[in-house]
Design a protein around this ligand. Sequence first.
Ligand code: GDP
Length: 493
Amino acid sequence: MAVAIHCPSTPAELCFGMVTRASKLNATMPDSYSLTDTIAAISTPPGRGGIGIVRLSGAQAASIAMRLVSLRHPLEHARARLANVLDDEGDHASRIDEALVTWFAAPNSYTAEDLVEIAAHGSPVVLGLLLRRALELGARLAEPGEFTQRAFLAGRLDLTQAEAVRDLIEAHTLTQARQAASQMGGALSRRIAPVKQSLVELIALLEAGIDFAEDDVELTPAIEIASRIEQLTPPLAALEASFARGRIVHDGLTLAIVGRPNAGKSSLFNRLVERDRAIVTATPGTTRDLVTERISLDGIPLELVDTAGLRGNLGDGAHEHLEEAERLGIRRSREALADAALVLIVLDATQPLNEEEYKLLLAVQDRPAIVAINKSDLNGVKTPVDGISGVPALATSALTGEGIPALRERILALATGGAAEEPGMLTSLRHHQAIQTALSALADAAQANTNAIPHEMILLDLYRALSALDALTGQTTADDVLNLIFSKFCIGK
Ligand code: GDP
């Protein structure tokens, strides 16, 4: 299979680090599989639906597809053709469905191979039959993510783009989908490309100085090396910083709602969720278990955890009168409080702070937390909004809705730490680690240059930075990492 390898237009030896994708072709696959196989899978989710698609990719894709269906017109690149789905070949074949068959000729397809999509009705029986017959006719069942993996190996997508395909499929909010789509379009790769280009140029400069030392080629002055390294750092540092927002757009956050029984936690939870999910009653201690709900706050997925009320310290024997179920609920609340990234403490405005609430406020002082002084619609407010142990507070009423938009805004600010959305943000730990490695290698190179260490040694640091950037886009990514990434895809993608 022809594989496009993009090496920078610099001396050939610089391509040493760029282990070609071709050499990885079979390395990432289980032994018994080959990337020259024609693969097949049902690409639509399991179950019944209006449409179901069987996808075939590889040299035999079209010839196998033509034996699965009877076409009224010959296949033509990127043209949907009406066809009858047959249950067999030959005279006893009967029609079991009608389908649209689209053929994409290599290299102008998702996988860059010949690819056929048979869009039949979404019946598991029809799709199962199509797949079974495709396998009988010589196709192999696709591994999870193998269509995208082939696109990556063919150089149609780099690794960040391939990862974005998975992120797009798994997106829960529009913001997540938008972010994944922009990465799929190469936004992250485009941010890295110019840095990589400058880094490669610097490497070439130092290599030339070493290679041609006998020919009196002048060594690059330290001041120039310093300035070139310095220019590489800010774009990478900006990328690293984008992870603060990118991470939460990608992974979301958990917000634990805690407070004494009857303060209005469940009511606030329902206000934030915008429907009645948690049970609200006037009897203290009704929420015995954790109620969780995923909401989207300005596109950021937020898991709200409504906890049972915190009633004093458990374990000191003071609450033996509590029912077992409620005690368990309180213990779970404490665990949820410890695990959550954000904490919303709900106080009852009509009640003075009790000891337990003081302790809670002290405990969350150094954490991203916010206090809602609820029931502020009632007369006889006893808890003032300001000066609550340094934890920011605002007045709310779950009953009237007062203060709820402000509460949402404060939660959002707390979640994002003020970091704004930007194109090509880092969203995964893998990307973040690669950028950190590149930055630390560049810092080492700068230090070595300051200490007048020989260029051979500075080059080692620069190559380390380059290899980290290459690993990010997939040019030098270890096979086990590649396998891990693609194994998380669904079959058929
Ligand atoms: P939780 O035990 O902390 O979850 O409290 P709930 O949400 O179950 O509310 C306890 C009681 O307080 C219910 O009767 C609610 O209707 C009432 N309540 C909750 N929030 C407010 C509020 O902002 N104003 C008023 N007046 N009543 C509220």
